[in-house]
Write a protein that binds this ligand. Structure first.
Ligand SMILES: [Zn+2]
Length: 256
């Protein structure tokens, strides 16, 4: 019987997938509260319209939204679709990590954590145009810790990649400022690229930078096709592009 199951389908991979919507629910709270400086933990979830403290049956990821038809049980205000969206995205991250790496459980968990952190960072940068240090800096350390566990010989390489990623981005930002006379790239992007380096290592750092640039151009192209005016003054958060490229390179290392 066991022989007929795909090798990524293990009890731990099932747990990761079942856990994912709950992680997504927490990420939903995180991405809404963190940029406003509100406490993320230690406060009960409440309706954002009527302030009614929500009970367990209002907080089941995905299911509550479907069950309540997207409205608060107390005041019938619409629940922001961002909540089920980030829960679904979190589930997608776990499913992809499990399918790619389910047979290698430590790497699968590392992939889930990386994907969830990148999801939160991309979301906050998209909505608030910034990448908080409280997420980027731990992500650097997590990348080094994951390397320590998964491939201890590569720790120096990954630490060098983190430093190089940071410096490379600061150099590009300085060149841009000198050329255009204004800030084009944030310091948060440099720290995110440092985190990417810590996770993927020196050999794959250029792939992350190239991938981020290509995804950025695709986003600009898509906005141009939708009839938006896009030019040198257009403000585009680069974090989501860099996050997507980091995730793809991390997965690609496995598939290659
Ligand atoms: Zn309400």
């Amino acid at each position: 019987m066991e022989a007929h199951l795909p090798n990524w389908l293990t009890s731990l991979s099932v747990i990761a997938v079942l856990l994912a919507p709950f992680v997504g629910s927490f990420l939903g709270v995180l991405v809404r509260r963190l940029p406003d400086g509100r406490p993320v933990a230690l406060s009960r979830s409440a309706c954002e319209s009527c302030g009614h403290v929500l009970g367990a049956r209002d907080l089941v990821p995905l299911a509550s939204y479907a069950w309540l038809r997207g409205r608060c049980r107390f005041c019938a205000a619409r629940i922001a679709p961002a909540h089920p969206a980030i829960e679904l995205a979190s589930l997608a991250v776990a499913l992809i990590a499990v399918i790619v790496d389910g047979a290698d459980e430590p790497r699968m968990w590392a992939g889930c954590v990386l994907g969830w952190m990148l999801l939160a960072l991309a979301w906050i940068d998209w909505t608030h145009m910034r990448l908080p240090d409280v997420l980027t800096l731990p992500l650097v350390l997590m990348g080094l810790a994951a390397t320590w566990v998964l491939d201890p010989d590569a720790i120096a390489d990954h630490a060098a990649a983190a430093a190089l990623g940071y410096l490379a981005f600061r150099l590009i930002a300085a060149a841009y400022r000198w050329r255009r006379g204004r800030e084009g790239l944030g310091q948060g992007d440099a720290k995110l690229l440092a985190a990417a380096g810590a996770w993927v290592g020196l050999a794959d750092l250029p792939g992350v930078m190239l991938g981020g640039a290509i995804i950025g151009l695709l986003v600009v192209g898509a906005r141009w096709l939708r009839g938006e005016r896009v030019g040198g003054g257009t403000v585009l958060p680069f974090g989501p592009c860099l996050a997507a490229a980091t995730w793809l390179v991390w997965l690609g290392l496995r598939l290659a």
